[in-house]
Design a binder for this molecule. Structure first.
Ligand SMILES: NC(=O)c1ccc[n+]([C@@H]2O[C@H](COP(=O)([O-])OP(=O)(O)OC[C@H]3O[C@@H](n4cnc5c(N)ncnc54)[C@H](O)[C@@H]3O)[C@@H](O)[C@H]2O)c1
Length: 240
């Protein structure tokens, strides 16, 4: 891959941030689009404020990047309501919380894909990678709005791949297992994390670096025939 224009949503922290660092170290032109300010912004990693629930704002951001560079080569959708979630049985999830999680995680992904599409077409080798989650095939309980939103992202990925193949754009989903980042969260207790590690084929904590290689490959020219697929990366906890 020569120097590419790569847009990553939700790259102010966590997995998105790790992917941004991976691509900037390879010398690509990387944009972080996030509601949360980035800890830093540089020539290599440019951070823009974007709330992905606002379609017009998505349009403005991607048009700005696309017009400046003539194209967008890859859109990587990491932004989600995730690390701020609290676990509860579904009958205790408030309707407003359900709406917010679906709005950000599912509609936000639709918004960014739609807004970036004209510029991905200009690339000739456009790539969309959507972060779903291994909790979908696991059917992990106690955050039903989140699991449902990530199942939606997987379905969106499959159907969108069929609609953009004629533009040589690929669309794939990555379904990570519980991944350790710098961000603390309540969705996996220490005991649950230990149990998950023991249930994996590869019995160790999952790091962001376990995901970056696959993201890099899916963005490469060699992956131009791989589309509509879901890749579970969880050390073999889920074997599909
Ligand atoms: N970390 C894990 O264990 C894990 C496992 C499976 C899937 N995932 C998925 O991977 C992705 C990254 O996970 P993470 O651990 O880095 O999550 P995170 O919660 O640490 O980071 C999410 C980022 O999205 C941003 N964001 C939230 N709402 C937004 C909005 N409306 N507009 C723009 N940006 C917004 C946040 O500011 C944050 O920077 C998410 O899609 C998550 O669902 C994570």
């Amino acid at each position: 891959m020569t120097s590419s224009v790569i847009c990553i949503t939700g790259a102010s922290q966590g997995i998105g941030r790790g992917i941004a660092d991976y691509f900037t170290e390879l010398g690509h032109c990387v944009f972080n689009l996030d509601v949360k300010p980035s800890p830093d912004s540089s020539e290599a990693l440019k951070s823009l404020y974007l709330d992905i629930t606002d379609y017009e704002a998505c349009n403005t951001s991607f048009a700005q990047i696309g017009a400046d560079h003539g194209r967008i080569d890859a859109l990587i959708n990491c932004a989600s309501i995730f690390s701020t979630l609290t676990m509860k049985p579904f009958w205790e999830i408030e309707s407003a919380d359900w709406d917010q999680v679906i709005d950000v995680n599912l509609k936000g992904t639709f918004n960014t894909c739609k807004a970036a599409l004209p510029w991905l077409k200009q690339s000739g080798v456009g790539r969309i990678i959507n972060f779903s989650s291994a909790v979908v095939p696991m059917g992990r309980p106690n955050y039903l709005h989140y699991v449902s939103s990530k199942a939606g992202v997987q379905g969106l990925t499959r159907a969108m791949a069929r609609e953009v193949g004629d533009f040589d754009i690929t669309v794939n989903a990555i379904l990570p297992g519980a991944t350790v980042t710098e961000v603390p969260r309540e969705t996996v207790s220490p005991d649950q994390m230990k149990a998950m590690i023991q249930a994996r084929c590869i019995k160790r904590p999952q790091e962001v670096s376990d995901l970056t290689g696959l993201v890099g490959f899916l963005c490469s020219d060699e992956a131009g025939f791989i589309t509509g697929q879901s890749f579970v990366v969880d050390g073999g906890l889920v074997v599909t």
